[in-house]
Design a protein around this ligand. Structure first.
Ligand SMILES: O=C(CO)COP(=O)(O)O
Length: 246
């Protein structure tokens, strides 16, 4: 199995002091053989953490970027502004942005193109609502999201985050994840041919220190996108430990 990737999405949490403390605790507790580890703090803490993380095995990610390189976009941040700060990954199309900011698949696709051009690795999120799963529309939804959100020649990471599992403490079951991973892989191959076989797929949604090992052992799960548990050094380190052992 190839090296796994564990991504911490801190969302809109923490002061600069909190993030420095968290990062120091993470760096102090990293196991000798680490998977790829990425932390995605709020924009305001990127510059600060960039210096702290530069010489380490932990990479820096952002939680969004604009589709344009520069211009009249008040309050936005471009992909090249992120690379300028030493950022290497960017989460795009998270369900919270899709819901709170009305982001559509097409916008997510344009952002993924911009991220790729700037040298960032996009982590594009997709996921169904509880209603869509209950009514058996989840695979259709995910298929459309892949088609709409991933640009031609996509070489980033796909994150499957069922919306009903985010922040609820109710992760998808290993059977649900396994079945969905199989579907996603088939869909990626259908849309991208041979290249679709190599796109890494993460699972996200209530991943914690207790369930990480069983989730990371599922075929085709290449890692985890972690929200709440990534804010606690001990829990995040234990997820990183599970990935090292997977
Ligand atoms: O949204 C998520 C990561 O992007 C998942 O959040 P939780 O791990 O808090 O459920």
């Amino acid at each position: 199995m190839s090296r796994q990737i564990i991504v911490g999405n801190w969302k809109m949490n923490g002061t600069s002091r909190d993030s420095q403390v968290l990062v120091q605790a993470l760096l102090a507790g990293l196991p000798p053989s680490v998977p790829d580890v990425v932390v995605c703090p709020p924009f305001t803490q990127l510059a600060l953490l960039s210096d702290a993380l530069k010489p380490t095995a932990v990479a820096l990610g952002a939680q969004d970027c604009h589709k344009d390189v520069s211009g009249a976009h008040t309050g936005d941040i471009s992909a090249s502004m992120l690379t300028d700060l030493g950022v290497s990954y960017v989460i795009l199309g998270h369900s919270e942005r899709r819901q709170e900011h009305g982001e559509l698949d097409e916008t997510v696709r344009e952002k993924a193109v911009a991220a790729g051009k700037a040298g960032l690795t996009p982590i594009v999120c997709i996921g169904e609502t509880e209603d869509q799963r209950d009514s058996g529309e989840h695979f259709d939804t995910l298929g459309w999201q892949i088609k709409g959100s991933l640009p031609d020649g996509f070489s980033g990471i796909l994150a499957y985050e069922p919306i009903w599992a985010i922040g609820t403490g109710r992760a998808a079951t290993t059977d649900e994840i396994a079945e969905t991973m199989k579907f996603l892989r088939e869909e990626l191959v259908r849309q991208f041919g041979e290249a679709g076989k190599t796109i890494r797929i993460l699972y996200g949604g209530s991943v914690n220190d207790k369930n990480a090992a069983s989730i990371l052992a599922i075929t085709d799960v290449a890692g985890a996108l972690v929200g709440g548990a990534s804010l606690k050094a001990e829990a995040f380190l234990s997820i990183i430990g599970a990935a090292s052992a997977a």
